[in-house]
Design a binder for this molecule. Structure first.
Ligand SMILES: Nc1nc2c(ncn2[C@@H]2O[C@H](COP(=O)(O)OP(=O)(O)OP(=O)(O)O)[C@@H](O)[C@H]2O)c(=O)[nH]1
Ligand SMILES: [Mg+2]
Length: 302
């Protein structure tokens, strides 16, 4: 049997639907998704099988103009993901079209795209009419030499099978990179921290989700088969701590319940989740926090 294997990086502006597509390809929720921008912070690998091919999808943080150290480290991680991949998929939001951000990404792709196949995936086609898609396809293909264009809905699943089949055929021949039943390459404690961060991001407003990080402190396997997990939520200010806790602790309680439910489903066993909020003014400038997130601290240097 001739097997194929390789890496496919999903890149695009924040909110393009990269994580949604990764999860659909893998068939499980490996990467967190919210309606807010800059949800994904590091590279997240998910494994999908297509016939005799093993496709390792690499979800990346959205590409935008970075301001803070964390932003710069995220954007560097995203471009790094593209540079390391066999094939790159650029995801564009159908209803937003060619934004300034998309133009900047196309410029960047012209640099790293050399000798690498880049496919275009116009996502969220459920939000526009067909003529819009044709115009957008034409315009984008005039701006960049895409190997192929796909019109998809990562959320509803349209066009996703075609994209997966095409990607599988593009990968080089070679042995699989992961055991056949492995779906993600991310430590469980990080997946667990991400789930909590997703619930926080969904509940908290404005800048707060961007000012916090979640780390799994302890993970204890209990004799009864359950897992006891303690996590720390770092915030930058005392006021933020109050908001995360909420009136009479209601917010943190709701977050904890939602995260625990998802973790329980993911692990298929009982989970005891304990969340604690800590004020750490300078966590955004601490190398250890970046290590925990799976980012390179030095990438954030101005
Ligand atoms: N209508 C529609 N919404 C979608 C589709 N795909 C993704 N979304 C939504 O778009 C939003 C962003 O999705 P994500 O998968 O988190 O986007 P992302 O590109 O990973 O975003 P960042 O991690 O912030 O870079 C979520 O609310 C998704 O439900 C789609 O095909 N159609
Ligand atoms: Mg994402």
């Amino acid at each position: 049997m001739t097997t194929r294997a390789g890496f496919v990086a999903l890149i695009g502006e924040p909110n393009a639907g990269k994580s949604t597509l990764l999860n659909r390809m893998v068939g499980a929720k490996v990467s967190i998704v919210t309606h807010k921008v800059q949800t994904t912070r590091a590279r997240i690998r998910g494994v999908a099988m297509e016939g005799d091919a093993q496709i390792v999808f690499v979800d990346t943080p959205g590409l935008f103009q970075p301001r803070r150290r964390l932003d710069r480290a995220m954007v560097a991680a995203a471009w790094g993901g593209a540079a390391d991949a066999d094939v790159v998929v650029l995801m564009i939001e159908a209803h937003r079209g060619i934004t300034d951000g998309v133009k900047r990404i196309l410029d960047g792709l012209a640099e790293i795209g050399q000798g690498r196949r880049v496919a275009l995936a116009i996502n969220k086609i459920d939000r526009v009419e067909a003529p819009v898609l044709l115009g957008l396809t034409k315009d984008l293909n005039e701006r960049f030499d895409f190997a192929e264009t796909f019109m998809i809905s990562a959320e509803k699943g349209h066009g996703v099978d075609d994209l997966r089949r095409w990607l599988a055929a593009e990968l080089p021949e070679g042995p699989w990179l992961y055991p056949e039943d492995q779906i993600a390459d991310l430590p469980m404690r990080m997946i667990a921290a991400e789930m909590t961060r997703e619930k926080l991001t969904l509940r908290l407003h404005q800048e707060l989700p961007y000012q916090l990080t979640v780390e799994t402190e302890t993970w204890e396997e209990r004799k009864d088969g359950s897992a006891r997990i303690e996590q720390l939520i770092y915030v930058t200010r005392d006021g933020h701590k109050g908001i995360v806790l909420g009136h009479k602790g209601e917010t943190i309680k709701a977050v904890s319940q939602a995260a625990r439910a998802e973790l329980t489903e993911f692990l298929g066993r009982k989970v005891h989740l304990f969340l604690q909020v800590k004020v750490r003014e300078k966590w955004l400038e601490e190398a250890e926090r970046y290590d925990q997130m799976g980012l390179d601290f030095k990438d954030g240097n101005a």
